[in-house]
Design a protein around this ligand. Structure first.
Ligand code: FAD
Length: 390
């Protein structure tokens, strides 16, 4: 298959990592993005060791280390007192135990690393302003149609077009994403606006309370606090990642939280405060047709409580790159890719949901280290997409 033409739909972190993985192997790819320019939303992101190993496989370990922060300490903390309930050790311990760091970074920075790498290997492979609208699959090829009127033919197509995937709708025709019962607010806060009391030795913390979680960590050499606050609720009607919100609304939701959290929220630049609803889909045991498959959020959107959304998309991308490199038919790609990935993706989906229920459902006074069965405790960091059997 490495002489064939492959299309990737969507240039988010999943699609871009796939494009890098395939282009490094000399495979002929085209990546189509609906937006007028390649970019990422303003927010932070966690890359856990399982995904860092994938980026190292792509020789991007050093570049990621330049833009990421590997905090030594992480923890689950009490919303009111700020007391540590479950201390977690990251930093060097990750390297020693799992062979790779955990990084926290700005989404735009990891996206830039991927874009720069792709431009080195396949500068003419990127098509912006290309929104996929239709797919016609025949025994010979796959024809793609875009809303700008263009048509193109390929041998194999990968849908990395996110949670509201057009590719998925066309090939699986299954239900729309379902509201998972959480509204989230996010902000990037310049730390120069804050006082010394708003920092502590725990670089990354999740403050838990009944019905809410507030997570914050430093990115860009500590110049910015990234935060995301979740509220468990039955109601949500709006769509999109970037719906403007008001700082006062978030302050109201977290009004009984400790002063550090409230200071961070209050320092959010007024025009950079956003909310979105968390949507997922029921896990499916089929991600593909004969010549079209799915990857990242298009295949398996996860609730964000174990920080695995981007990490699993990176795992998918590295695995599909390896599979395509030495498969001879689309059928072989699909069999090997689905065998390697579906079970793990479902495991992460299921446990991300449980993590959210534990964080928001528990009385923080009763939450213990034994209750905490998240990404590390479940063994997710042991996975290496660059060497797992595929
Ligand atoms: C603000 C924000 C905060 C997040 N926070 C977390 C977090 O804390 N923890 C976590 O685990 N996950 C988080 N996520 C989710 C995580 O980032 C994703 O799971 C991960 O990046 C994988 O994304 P993806 O590449 O599969 O899809 P996406 O990042 O959604 O990328 C899809 C791309 O496809 C493009 N596209 C869509 N439709 C079409 C079409 N028809 N034609 C062409 N292009 C198309 C889109 O424009 C987009 O560029 C967050 C996401 C956002 C946006």
């Amino acid at each position: 298959m490495n002489k064939k033409r492959i299309a990737i739909i969507g240039a988010g972190i999943g699609g871009m990592t796939t494009a890098v993985a395939l282009s490094q192997k000399g495979i002929d790819i085209s990546i189509f993005e609906q937006a007028p320019a390649l970019s990422e939303v303003g927010a932070g992101l966690t890359v856990t060791p399982n995904a860092t190993k994938g980026l190292m496989y792509l020789n991007l370990g050093e570049e990621i280390a330049k833009v990421g922060m590997a905090h030594e300490k992480q923890g689950v903390r009490h919303y009111k007192t700020g007391d540590m309930i479950v201390p977690l050790h990251r930093g060097k311990k990750m390297l020693e135990q799992y062979g790779a760091y955990q990084f926290q970074l700005h989404r735009a920075d990891i996206h830039d690393v991927l874009v720069n790498e792709l431009k080195k290997n396949a500068p003419d492979s990127i098509y912006v302003n290309h929104q996929l609208s239709a797919i016609k699959e025949s025994s010979e090829s796959v024809e793609l149609k875009f809303t700008n009127g263009e048509k193109n033919e390929f041998d194999f197509v990968i849908g990395a077009d996110g949670n509201r995937s057009t590719v998925r709708n066309i090939i699986l025709g299954d239900d729309e994403p379902e509201f998972a019962g959480y509204v989230a607010w996010r902000g990037l806060v310049p730390t120069k606006e804050l006082s010394e009391d708003d920092f502590d030795e725990c670089g990354s913390s999740a403050f838990i309370s009944p019905g809410r979680v507030f997570a914050r960590y430093l990115v860009r050499n500590g110049d910015i606090y990234n935060y995301v606050g979740f509220l468990s609720t039955d109601e949500w009607a709006e769509e999109g990642w970037s719906i403007p919100s008001k700082v006062e609304t978030i302050l109201d939701v977290f009004s009984d939280y400790n002063q550090q959290v409230k200071n961070i929220i209050a320092a959010t630049p007024k025009d950079q405060c956003y909310k979105w609803g968390i949507f997922t889909r029921k896990p499916t045991h089929k991600w593909s047709t004969d010549k079209v498959t799915l990857l990242g959020d298009a295949a398996h959107p996860v609730e964000p409580f174990m920080g695995q959304g981007a990490s699993t998309a990176i795992e998918d991308a590295v695995v599909i790159g390896r599979v395509i490199e030495d498969s001879s038919t689309p059928n072989e790609i699909i069999k090997r890719y689905e065998n390697a990935r579906i079970e793990r993706a479902h495991f992460i989906t299921e446990h991300s949901k449980k993590a959210g229920q534990r964080f928001t459902g528990a009385n923080p006074d009763k939450y213990t280290k034994e209750d905490h069965k998240n990404e590390e405790e479940l063994g997710l960091f042991n996975y290496d997409p660059g060497s797992v059997i595929v």
